[in-house]
Design a protein around this ligand. Structure first.
Ligand SMILES: [Zn+2]
Ligand SMILES: [Zn+2]
Length: 319
């Protein structure tokens, strides 16, 4: 039984990854809205609402057998998730979601199969966390000018030990009855052009890819259907992403339409990228996004799990 290539010591060294088998998981597992693979999820280590252990247990209950935890700019939750995953028989892929900037526009990039403690990645994460903290302070100041006091402290309290994100500000605004829902809090206060918006230059996309690949991982462009970007600019982005060492794109996301899946499958093929799948699950309170609730993975796209060394026994009755 082989150990994963990116896991070398400590709790990681004791993990094994299922049966050795020559072929990656077969696509027939995706011929329904429930997928046994979910490679994009969040816990309280960033802006999710479940602990890493709770997240893994819920994933297991929902039929997910291969799960990546991809918190924003932190790998803090991965160890706890890995321990629980071992207990419940879920294969945990250590991951992260980095905020990156390309030509003055911000994007999200998932790193899959990373060594969560790798020094290059760890130092990059520290830079991102400093940026996050100064952005959060400035959001607080800007909201204060709009007579919304205590927003930084409130958001920090909600974030606890985890990364402070705009979602925490949104939750604070809802708690303070300044917005009816999280989405409205973004729309009224936190989006570009709104009073609490702070323009942020994250790490360049090329640098983010370097951190992920240095840590043994695969860089995946996250939820591509969510960006406001022209077709021409998207093609330039994908070209630069691939040339910098990016390897995959999420072709199936939690809220992808069939058209989204077709469109990004075509892009994956055109740019020689692998396809990934991920719900971007944050909370059981959002009924629209559930762990493993994903459209079928397109047959024509090469799946990222083939590169992750995930091997499984397709004869297993749980498949
Ligand atoms: Zn994202
Ligand atoms: Zn996400």
């Amino acid at each position: 039984m082989g150990k994963s290539r990116w896991i070398t010591n400590g709790v990681w060294g004791s993990l094994t990854w299922g049966f050795k088998y020559r072929r990656p998981l077969i696509s027939t597992h995706f011929q329904r809205m429930t997928s046994c693979i979910d490679f994009h999820t969040h816990s309280i280590a960033s802006d999710g609402q479940l602990s890493p252990a709770q997240l893994v247990r819920r994933a297991s209950e929902k039929g997910v057998r291969f799960l990546a935890l991809t918190d924003h700019d932190t790998t803090h939750g991965v160890e706890e998730a890995a321990i629980t995953a071992k207990q419940v028989g879920v294969h945990l892929i250590p991951g992260i979601e980095l905020s990156v900037t390309w030509n003055d526009q911000n994007f999200h990039m998932v790193g899959l199969g990373i060594d969560p403690l790798h020094p290059v990645l760890a130092s990059g994460i520290r830079d991102q966390q400093e940026l996050r903290m100064s952005r959060a302070r400035e959001i607080g100041q800007r909201l204060n000018k709009k007579r919304i006091g205590g927003a930084f402290e409130g958001a920090a309290l909600l974030a606890g030990d985890g990364m402070i994100t705009r979602t925490h500000f949104a939750r604070y605004l809802v708690d303070q009855n300044r917005a009816a829902t999280i989405q409205k809090a973004f729309d009224q206060f936190l989006k570009r052009g709104k009073p609490g918006y702070v323009p942020t230059q994250w790490t360049p996309i090329e640098t983010g890819i370097k951190w992920i690949t240095a840590a043994g991982g695969i860089a995946v462009l996250a939820h591509p259907h969510r960006y406001k970007i022209s077709a021409t600019r998207l093609k330039r982005l994908l070209t630069d992403f691939r040339n910098a060492g990016g390897q995959a794109i999420e072709v199936v996301c939690g809220n992808s339409s069939n058209d989204d899946v077709s469109k990004f499958s075509r892009h994956a093929l055109e740019f020689g990228l692998l396809g990934s799948v991920g719900s971007d699950f944050h909370s059981p309170e959002n009924p629209w996004i559930e762990l493993g609730r994903l459209r079928p993975f397109p047959d024509e796209v090469s799946p990222v799990w083939g590169e992750l060394g995930i091997v499984s026994n397709p004869l297993s009755p749980t498949h």
